[in-house]
Design a protein around this ligand. Sequence first.
Ligand SMILES: Nc1ncnc2c1ncn2[C@@H]1O[C@H](COP(=O)(O)OP(=O)(O)O)[C@@H](O)[C@H]1O
Ligand SMILES: [Mg+2]
Length: 449
Amino acid sequence: MEDGSITQSPAPPNAERIRVSNIVKLFGDNEKTALRRLKEGAGKSEILSETGAVLGLDNVSFSVNEGEILVVMGLSGSGKSTMLRCLNRLVEPTAGSIRIDGTEVTELSTKALREFRRKTFGMVFQHFALFPNRTIAENVEYGLEIQGVDRKARRERALEAVELVGLKGWDAKFPRQLSGGMQQRAGLARALCADADILLMDEAFSALDPLIRRDMQNELRSLQKKLRKTIVFVSHDLDEAIHLGGRIVLMKDGAIAQSGTAEEILLDPQGEYVRRFVENIDVSSVVTLGRLVSPQPRLFEGASAEEAWPLLEARPGRADDVFVVTCERDTPVGRIARDRLASPGARGQRLERLMEGSIARAPAGAVLKSVLPLLANEPHGLAVVDDAGRFVGLLTRETALRALAGKQANEERNMAWTGSSPTMEASASSLLTTSPAMPSIGSPSISHH
Ligand SMILES: Nc1ncnc2c1ncn2[C@@H]1O[C@H](COP(=O)(O)OP(=O)(O)O)[C@@H](O)[C@H]1O
Ligand SMILES: [Mg+2]
């Protein structure tokens, strides 16, 4: 970071940066008594009436990885800001541990804490808090200025940050000359300009108009990809949390009601509070095809029909079930129905000769909604493929409809969405394949080499 650039040198992927363990925050004079009562099992209202202390955070634990956006979400008063502020001890936690890059933040001395804050955190708030009498560039470089970075170097970094957030050419203007959205960009540039590579953002976009807000969300996502900042983003808005695309910690009354990806929470909301939160969200605009498809063995085009027969027996189904045929690079090349594949007449024939037509492809990362028009024209379903174009599974209309109706049976959910079912023993054929990412279930897992 001392190379004069605000882009990050690559860190090992998914390295854990922040680990929050059992954080409790009690506001009030009787913290000790209140903490004891909490440990004895007393609830928020009991603690309040007995000790006068407000339970702000109740045993909160989560972790954030390098380059991740974690969204802390919940209704107003659920403890989001308190949690965010505990990370840099703007709020002192009553109990629990916060480790950031291996440093126990709760144990830092006042002096060490000041230094640690400066080099670790950038903060962006709902209200931009720009200095009105400083230009945008002067605002952005403020952090470097108080660190004593020389004028030329800090201006260079500031202009780089200003450009990154799309404000190129506005650096000499004053905040009042910019719209609200642009001022928030400047606030973001200020946070990006400092050395800090963990951004704490508290309702940073909540004061913006919806369209500008969406722009800022998109921008943050792309900046985050480029800069690999680690971001903890507080929002009361599930739509925003989903759009930012990271994991979500959903808070209720100072405790975590549920945490996970947006897909996990939408597909399996735990408890009434979470269900009410998600009920108005359109699942089809969140759930991705890779999560929906049932794992399905692929049939290599060079295999013969009788090589596929054991596979059919292991996967009982309907006569018109469609299987996807792949070429040697695992790319879907066509489809074949069970009854045709199983017919005695198929014996001795290679699958490429038995194929009944092509199959449309769709990327695993696409959301269901984006492929519904395509699916409407494809009665046999869509062959879902990974980034490299390899077959992952078949998306049938039936699966899509069930997801839209929100009526997945538990069994199916476990199978298709968590991939937690046991993988069967590998069997003999060298020509039939299954996806390594999506193990075949209820059928032999066979790889070809
Ligand atoms: N300084 C404080 N003193 C007493 N109670 C507080 C203080 N700060 C926050 N709280 C309480 O802690 C709870 C969580 O507040 P907060 O973290 O601001 O929620 P959110 O950001 O989710 O709206 C609320 O009940 C609030 O009243
Ligand atoms: Mg708040």
